[in-house]
Design a protein around this ligand. Structure first.
Ligand SMILES: *[C@@H]1O[C@H](CO)[C@@H](O)[C@H](O)[C@H]1NC(C)=O
Length: 160
C-alpha cells in the first residue's frame, strides 16, 4: 500500500470514528461540565432524552450506593442528615424522570436542582459537625454525585 492509500485509509477511519461517535451520542457530552464522566453514563444513548434518562438512572444507582456506604461508617451526627438527603435525592431524581416522561422540562429541571441541593446539604452537615475526617468518604462520594448531577442538568438543557 502506497503512502497516499495509507493517508486516505486514515481519513476514512477518522470520519467513521467521528460518525460512529455521533451515532452513539458521545458528542452530546462535549459541552458538559465533566464530559468523560458524562459519556460514561449514556450507555449508547444517541438522543438527549434517552441520554438524560440513562444519566439520571445512573445517578440514582450511585446515590443508593452512597447511602449504603455511608451507613457502614458508623453513627455520626452528620450521617443522619446525609442518609435523609440521599433518600430525598433519590425521590427528587425519580420525580425528575416522571416529569421527563410528561415532557414538563421546567419541573424536571427544578427537581434535578433539588437533588443537587440534597448532596450539598449533606456536605454542609459533615462540615458543620466537624466530622470531615471520619466522613471523608461521604465528602468524596458527594463530589462525584454533584458532578453527575451537574451533567444531568447540562443534558436537561439540551431538551426542548
Ligand atoms: C418538583 O417539581 C414540582 C413541579 O414544579 C414542584 O412542585 C416540586 O416542589 C419539585 N420538588 C422539589 C423537591 O423541588
Amino acid at each position: 500500500m502506497g503512502e497516499n492509500h495509507l493517508v486516505s485509509f486514515s481519513m476514512v477511519f477518522l470520519f467513521a470514528a467521528v460518525f460512529i461517535g455521533q451515532a452513539h451520542g458521545s458528542s452530546l457530552c462535549d459541552k458538559a461540565a465533566f464530559p468523560a464522566l458524562c459519556r460514561s453514563t449514556l450507555k449508547g444513548a444517541s438522543d438527549p432524552t434517552s441520554a438524560l434518562k440513562n444519566a439520571i438512572k445512573h445517578l440514582i444507582f450511585e446515590t443508593r450506593r452512597a447511602k449504603v456506604s455511608s451507613l457502614r461508617i458508623g453513627s455520626l451526627k452528620s450521617l443522619v442528615v446525609c442518609k435523609q438527603n440521599f433518600d430525598d435525592a433519590i425521590d427528587d431524581l425519580e420525580t425528575s424522570l416522571a416529569y421527563m416522561q410528561k415532557k414538563d422540562i421546567a419541573s424536571l429541571k427544578i427537581n434535578l436542582s433539588a437533588a443537587m441541593t440534597d448532596y450539598s446539604t449533606c456536605d454542609d452537615a459533615v462540615i458543620e459537625s466537624g466530622e470531615q475526617k471520619k466522613a471523608s468518604r461521604v465528602l468524596n462520594t458527594d463530589n462525584l454525585l454533584e458532578q453527575l448531577a451537574a451533567n444531568c442538568l447540562y443534558l436537561a438543557s439540551l431538551l426542548k
